[in-house]
Design a protein around this ligand. Sequence first.
Ligand code: CA
Length: 374
Amino acid sequence: MRLVLSASLVMTLFAGSVAVAQPAPVIRTEAASLRVVTVASSLENPWGMAFMPDGRILVTERPGRMRVVAKDGKLSPPLGNVPKVFNSGQGGLLDVALDPGFATNRTFYFTYAEPGEGGASTALATAVFNETALADVKVLFRQQPKLSGGLHFGSRVVVGSDGKLWLGVGERYRRDEAQNLNVHLGKLLRLNKDGSVPADNPFVGRSDARPEIWSYGHRNIQGMARHPQTGIVWLHEHGAQGGDEINIPERAKNYGWPVITHGIDYSGAKIGVGTAAPGMEQPLLHWTPSIAPSGMAFYSGSKIPGWTGNLFVGSLKFGTLHRVVLDGTRVVRQEQMLKEIGDNIRDVRDAPDGFLYLATDSPRGRILRLEPAN
Ligand SMILES: [Ca+2]
């Protein structure tokens, strides 16, 4: 009898101890002590996140689903009417961004690898969010040409301070095409919200160039963010073996791939002519060896005061978050941190609640919130 009671007591204590949520351990970094809080889990390769005015998160899963994450972390069923995606390799459902008027117009934008004749290419679409499905889905842009293979679709979409849609895409692993202005491969593109071409785009009216192009010579863009003070869109792009870059893309300029790069081919072979050439821009910074960057955000919040104004980039290679301290457009220092997360990072967002959020690249992907620990 005594034994039974004791066992029962042990069970009760054990049940009680697991029922109480343990606070996440404190992680010390150079400028902040943090707790990494899991907001949501069981997402299959989450790719892009957008924060709704009511605090919910619209999230994409690469295989082709879009869900809403409630404030308590509960996942909605997949939203209806998501277009069919090319779910192979790096393809699938990719980025998502809200229209600045979302609170009233419920409009958002998203990118995906779109299947079609010849293979697939990156597409940009818009839709209206009606809680359980996408309504009024319209494809605004299709990268030309569609090609076989599953590599280098990009992509990120940002609504610029100019009200235009800025779309960063990859070169579909056809590296020389990043220099070819007649195709949309390896380019930063600028579109009106209805998908038409802005009249003031740099290559409008030229017969030897696609009018959507803003800048070229990019390899594979998987991070873009609008600078909170200047409104200018910054981007990063994957290099090959070495040579991942952050660029501040200027109108009509050539960012060099594959003529110049700070990396080498995966085979060890040299690529192009070297690290510099006339008429080609240098990156703001490059990572050699590569970090395989994905996701990018300027932290504009004040919850972690030591980080305000810093630029954050996720790594798909080291499972780390990279903090870049800036003085204007000069890199002051860098910090690599949060290896403790244990998964690669696909997306990084500066959320309206003043926190920085991450999405992990895993079949059991998570959304994480970085909170200060004092
Ligand atoms: Ca470059």
